[in-house]
Ligand binder design. Structure first.
Ligand code: LLP
Length: 421
């Protein structure tokens, strides 16, 4: 359920017509609904109310400071994968004691930064990282909590690009290797083993692989306890899918019902790292039609935003619904591609989709763009990043200004030998 609905034939976000936002901030713009973000976070988190758990919103999905502040105020922790994301959490006033840090290529400065802030734990993804973290912690005179991210070799049945728990994927440590690291834990005097972790993939639509991953971790926790190791946290990652088109993912309540008992029985605190399920349907990309063009084969709707703003269709062939901001109830429509300004044929947001008649200047909302939308946007083709807007009831707030041309070149320098300064 989200708060983007038609009222009197106009598309609204909560109580604000999208047309009004477009008039004030221009397009392209990402529009997020704070009521939807709140509702999704609470629906997810409350589903686990009966068991010890911590929901850590996955910063990579949507990382604007205002949004992180909103989640922080709701009590959320954060799943991060870089020093930059930790910096965002810090700027948003997030609680470091609720931060878990995954990622296969953490650098020494990143480890130092996270160590100095005292995060809840690191999800370590290789033996090399374990050694480096031990060294850095020793140098800083700290003992830090660590979980190992295990690669369980489970097929999550999702798009290959967002599948992360198979041996062909770079993520985590395979079981046999992890076990020998656990056995030799004394080699890491500055690391306190506190948990096990896995994240098998994203946009998961079936419970079986998730339950399989959980039972895999629970079994491992049992074995580790048998070896005298204390395991406090069981981190199941994120991954729960959403409806973009006609998918029927498990609802958060169903997801929780299927895993709660097993997680509780493990005696561990369950850590969850949802991103998409909370943010995906809480945001849209608002565009304006620049031109309409037809050839003998195809009809193109050309908009002022494209793969530079939302790369998911180009990168994964993802489906996003497109709603006209002014409703067109009785029009049969015809097939068209919605394309953007980028000089690539991969620059499409929708392909062979039925669109109503549209005119230059009309507004379109690309739906379900709240997760992995703005965060993956780029300046390709000299396009400034779009504005981000947060709606709250009758009000809306620009939470990131549209970039200006001067932002495009802000960090660039012409060296002296080219007569620069
Ligand atoms: N935890 C870890 C360690 C992750 O790698 C991810 C996502 C999450 C949590 C959050 O997963 P979620 O609940 O959002 O599925 N750009 C792709 C998605 C990449 C996901 C990467 N990892 C897309 O647009 O579909």
């Amino acid at each position: 359920m989200h708060h983007f609905n038609y009222q009197h034939g106009e598309l609204y976000c909560e109580e604000v017509p999208l047309r009004r936002i477009a008039e004030e901030t221009g397009t392209p713009a990402y529009i997020y609904s704070s009521a939807t973000l709140t509702r999704h976070y609470q629906a997810f988190d409350h589903s686990f109310a009966d068991i010890p758990h911590l929901t850590c919103f996955s910063v990579k999905a949507l990382s604007n400071l205002a949004i992180l502040r909103l989640f922080s105020r709701l009590g959320s922790g954060f799943d991060i994968v870089s020093g930059g994301e930790l910096y965002r959490v810090e700027q948003a006033g997030g609680d470091f004691q609720k931060v878990v840090y995954s990622g296969v290529s953490k650098t020494e400065p990143e480890l130092e930064y996270a160590l100095s802030k005292g995060i809840l734990f690191f999800n370590v993804e290789s033996e090399g990282e374990l050694e480096l973290l031990n060294q850095v912690a020793g140098r800083l005179g700290k003992k830090t909590p660590v979980a190992l991210r295990i690669n369980p070799d489970i097929d999550p049945q999702t798009h290959a690009h967002i599948s992360t728990g198979l041996k062909v994927n770079k993520f985590g440590i395979e079981l046999g290797q992890a076990k020998s690291l656990f056995r030799d834990w004394k080699k890491y005097p500055h690391l306190e083993l506190c948990g096990v972790d896995c994240h098998i993939g994203s946009q998961l639509l079936r419970m079986e692989p998730i339950v399989e991953a959980l039972s895999f971790l629970v079994k491992l926790v049992g074995e580790l306890r048998g070896m005298g190791l204390e395991i406090k946290y069981l981190d199941l990652g994120g991954g729960l899918g959403i409806t973009y088109n006609s998918e029927h993912p498990p609802l958060p309540g169903e997801y929780a019902a299927e895993i709660s008992e097993m997680a509780k029985a493990s005696g561990c605190k369950l850590i969850l790292e949802p991103g998409r399920v909370i943010a995906g349907n809480a945001g849209v990309l608002l565009l304006q039609v620049s031109f309409l063009k037809e050839n003998s084969l195809k009809r193109f709707i050309i908009a002022d935003g494209g793969m530079n703003d939302l790369i998911r269709p180009a990168l994964y062939g993802s489906y996003h619904e497109v709603w006209p901001v002014t409703q067109k109830p009785d029009q049969p429509g015809s097939l068209a591609d919605l394309v953007g300004p980028i000089c690539e044929s991969a620059d499409f947001l929708a392909r062979d989709r039925v669109f109503p008649e549209l005119k230059r200047g009309e507004l379109l909302a690309v739906m379900s763009a709240g997760a992995y939308g703005f965060v993956m946007a780029s300046n390709y083709n000299g396009q400034p990043l779009p504005a981000e807007v947060l709606v709250s009831g009758r009000d809306f707030h620009v939470i990131r200004e549209r970039e200006k041309y001067s932002d495009l070149t802000r960090l660039e320098k012409i060296p002296e030998f080219l007569d620069g300064k």
